[in-house]
Ligand binder design. Structure first.
Ligand SMILES: *[C@@H]1O[C@H](CO)[C@@H](O)[C@H](O)[C@H]1NC(C)=O
Length: 359
């Protein structure tokens, strides 16, 4: 009960008006010490207050607030969409114009970014075009407007992925040039996870009555037996991957995988352990895009105290030479990622891959 009362005080007036009066928790319900993991940014802080407390540079802060505002709009489009087996549409509210939700999301994101005047170039995974937005902008943005839109019809959670780059273009950059990156997941709760260069944590914000409020902070990843095995279709041609999956099963790891990249990766932040992988094989190119998926997610996981790899080194070392680039991906706690490097290894380009073993 104390938890509920104190949390209420932390929320904005508008939001607290919606909080139910305190009542006794059901017998056996878990409680937690409030603020146990939070120090400087307080639970319940607004996005603006968070960015101020982190000393975010003005252009970065303006761009992030624009992205957050766009995610708010996208979330209501997703929540009210109707779907058939091909796509989801916003056909409630405006019966005369059916717009696919992922196109709508892309439009909203570009519109909000353009309004800031801070963005030089933005590029969406849908066409991979480098769109000039503002001549005087100094940041560039990579966008995955709705990742896993193919599972939206099933009502699995989907997400937005964004990378904010401190460069005037998105070619010949590495993840070290990211000044911020984040995701929004549209699930039972609508949740942002965002990390900034120069700050060693990932901040979680939850959408409460139209306002983003800080709800958690992730800064360490330890060991724990959870695995999310992406791109399993390459298993027959990638013996290293097959033996890694066998290792997880033999050691009673828990499988938790949805096929939505944002959820499959952000669960690692929340749990504070585990591993997500998406390997390739000699015959099948990697499934994840370096610029739009791998690098922003690697930035988040490394900021939360985890590790990333393409099988050889940190994903943040990879040079993006083209918006079409794809890469193998492993994300998670350091020991788990090291095991991926040992057992799966670098991108396999020929069928002659040494047999892998591990004891
Ligand atoms: C990227 O680097 C390559 C090789 O150095 C160069 O040919 C190309 O012009 C560069 N592209 C951009 C957009 O800077």
């Amino acid at each position: 009960m104390a938890y509920r009362v104190v949390l209420t005080l932390g929320l904005s007036a508008a939001a607290s008006a919606l909080v139910l009066p305190p009542r006794a928790p059901p017998r056996g319900a878990a409680t937690r010490p409030l603020h146990a993991s939070m120090s400087a940014p307080e639970m319940g802080q607004t996005a603006l207050a968070l960015l101020r407390s982190l000393d975010a540079p003005q252009p970065t802060a303006e761009v992030l607030l624009a992205l957050f505002a766009a995610c708010t709009e996208v979330s209501s489009s997703i929540a009210t969409a109707s779907c058939d087996s091909f796509a989801c549409f916003n056909n409630f509210g405006n019966m005369h114009e059916q717009v696919a939700i992922d196109l709508l999301a892309e439009q909203v994101l570009f519109d909000r970014l353009r309004e800031t005047g801070r963005v030089c170039v933005a590029s969406s995974v849908s066409d991979k075009v480098m769109q000039p937005l503002s001549a005087e902008g100094e940041l560039s943005i990579s966008l995955y407007p709705i990742d896993a839109s193919s599972v939206m019809e099933t009502n699995f959670a989907v997400g937005t992925i964004f990378g904010v780059w401190g460069s005037p273009h998105l070619v010949n950059v590495t993840g070290r040039q990211l000044v911020a990156a984040g995701t929004c997941s549209y699930g039972p709760r609508t949740v942002l996870n965002v990390a900034l260069a120069g700050c060693s944590s990932v901040y979680e914000l939850v959408l409460v009555d139209g306002e983003w409020l800080v709800s958690n902070c992730f800064s360490s990843m330890g060991e724990g037996k959870l695995f999310a095995p992406g791109n399993l279709r390459v298993l027959p041609e990638n013996p290293g991957y097959a033996s890694l999956v066998q290792y997880w099963q033999d050691n009673r790891y828990q499988l938790r995988y949805t096929g939505g990249l944002v959820c499959d990766v952000t669960q690692l932040l929340v749990k504070g352990y585990g591993i997500f992988v998406s390997p390739s094989s000699p015959d099948r190119r990697p499934s994840l895009r370096t610029l739009y998926e791998a690098l922003p997610m690697a930035f988040l996981i490394e900021k939360a105290g985890g590790a990333s790899s393409d099988g050889r080194s940190s994903l943040l070392e990879i040079m993006v030479t083209s918006p079409d680039d794809r890469t193998q991906v492993a994300l998670g706690s350091a020991d788990e990622v090291a095991r991926f490097e040992e057992m799966v290894g670098p991108l396999a380009l020929s069928a002659e891959k040494p047999a892998m073993s591990h004891n």
